[in-house]
Structure formats: C-alpha cells, structure tokens
Write a protein that binds this ligand. Structure first.
Ligand code: KIV
Length: 284
C-alpha cells in the first residue's frame, strides 16, 4: 500500500482518540486544491459526476473517458495544493469492470495513468470480486462500495439498505467478502447505522460512510452537496456547510446587471495605450 493510503489503515485502530477519515468526492482542480488545503484526508473522483456536473439522471452514462479526464484534473489540483500527497481514489464507472480481463486492465490503467492511486468498484457480486482480484494482482489498491450502489439504480427499488435482519446479514456478508478479497476500504452508502457500525466493528478494512451513521471509520460527501452548490432540497444524509448556490447566484446576477448598466468593465479592468502612442495612432 502506497504511503499516502496509510491514512485508511492507520485510522482503523479504533481507539477513542483516532479521528475519523474525511473524504470528499469531487471532479476538478480548484475544488481539489481547496479541499486539500482544508485538510481532507483523501479525495474521490466519483461517478456521481454524472448527476452532479454532467447533467445526467444517474451515474450509468458516465464512462471511463470522463473519469480519466476528471481524475487528471483532480490530481493536478492536489499537486498544486499545500498538501500534494493527498491520495486520489477514482471510481471505475458502470460497465468498465464487467467485461474481459483485457478490458478491465485497460480501463484501470487509464485511471492509474491519470494519477489515481487506488480504484473503487461497486458491489460484491462474483464479477466485481473477480475484477477486484485482478486489480489486486496487478498491484492496484482497491476499495469496495456496498449498500446503495448508484450504478445499480436501474435495478434498485429502495435506497436505504439494512432495515431487516436478513438484509443486515447480506450486507455484513458482502463486507466480509470484500475484505477477504483484499480491499483496503469500503464505502457504506445509505444503510442503517446499526449495520454500518457492526460492519465497522467486524472488518479490518476502513469503512467510509455516506448516509451510514457516525460509527464508520470515516465519512465521504460530494463537494457540491457539502458546499450547497446544487438546487433543491438535499438528501437527509447531507449537511450543507455553505449556501454556495446563493452566493454564486448573486455573483452571476451582479455580473449580468453590471454588464447591462455598463458598470463593468471599469477602467481598472482594461488596458490603455499611453497618450503619446494614442495621439500618434490617431494622426496616422
Ligand atoms: O460517486 C461518488 O461520488 C461516490 C461517493 C458518494 C461515495 O461513490
């Protein structure tokens, strides 16, 4: 495991003093630099970019080109920050790890060449486990993702998982399978907090929760959610730490108004010829 991923294992010593791991899912260089400067432990280039910045209804249309493109941007942002060693994990998008071994290797290679130091795959079914094993054999650190897995949106009927004892058993079993394969961590998304706490207790890999309660080893939120950049009511598991959309809306309104009133651009926003050169030009 590379030195900058040690954060996931070091924090797994469940002493009361160990502080949870703070992860942000984001897609561009300036946000990445800002979150590193703010102290985030790790960044995820999530396929949530489909809903959040690419205008799709879900994550299914997001392809390997999009994740590779944004991974490069995030990695460059990290390098420009005050904490250039913050690890960047990239999502393997829908359909990129269910094909042939050659396809999986080629897709993973794209993301690693873009600068990711680990990859995250959704689910714990046979094909996902096979892909995880293949990646581990290549020497790639891998994370799992169970509970609500957005790539399976077309199949899921309910979002919150682990409400019944059999479902709780299923989730625990999935987490153990991911651990046995060799994942260094797992995202637990939208599951009851009792189940997330039990998984966190029973596995050695780090659990990173989103809508899974406070007992996980760490938390992840999408940057646009935590910064309040999106319209509409946020999901229950989101806390908005700013009303970013309101601030940006006001900025855009002020810009439009000032263009129309000719207050912008002002003298300080423009360049001038010196007087002598201007006079010479007029006389030519
Ligand atoms: O795509 C994403 O951003 C994610 C996180 C929300 C865990 O998978």
């Amino acid at each position: 495991m590379s030195a900058n991923l040690q954060i996931f294992t070091a924090k797994k010593r469940r002493s009361a003093s160990s502080s949870p791991i703070a992860v942000v899912s984001l897609y561009d260089a300036p946000s990445a630099a800002l979150c590193c400067d703010a102290g985030a432990d790790a960044l995820l280039v999530g396929d949530s970019m489909g809903n959040v910045i690419l205008g799709y209804d879900n994550t299914v249309p997001v392809d390997i080109d999009a994740i590779a493109h944004h991974t490069g941007a995030v990695v460059r942002g990290v390098k420009s920050s005050s904490r250039p060693d913050v690890p960047v994990v990239a999502d393997m998008p829908f359909g990129s790890y269910h094909g042939s071994e050659n396809e999986i290797v080629a897709n993973a290679t794209r993301l690693l060449r873009a600068g990711a130091v680990a990859l995250k795959l959704e689910g714990a079914g046979a094909r996902t486990l096979r892909a995880l094993e293949l990646l581990l054999e290549m020497g790639v650190p891998v994370m799992g993702h169970i509970g609500f897995t957005p790539q399976a949106i077309l199949r899921f009927e309910t979002t919150v998982q682990g409400k019944t004892a059999p479902d709780a058993d299923r989730l625990l079993d999935e987490a153990l399978r991911l651990e046995n394969v060799g994942c260094f961590g797992v995202v637990l998304e939208a599951m009851t907090q009792q189940v997330a706490a039990r998984i966190t207790r029973d596995v050695q890999m780090a659990t990173i929760g989103i809508g899974a309660g406070a007992q996980c080893d760490g938390q992840v939120l999408v940057w646009h959610d935590l910064a309040g950049l999106l319209p509409g009511k946020p999901f229950r598991f989101v806390r908005q730490y700013a009303q970013g959309r309101e601030v940006l809306l006001e900025a855009a309104q002020n810009y439009v108004r000032e263009v129309k009133s000719k207050e912008f651009p002002a003298t300080e926003n423009a360049w001038s010829m010196n007087d002598e050169e201007a006079a010479r030009w007029k006389n030519e």
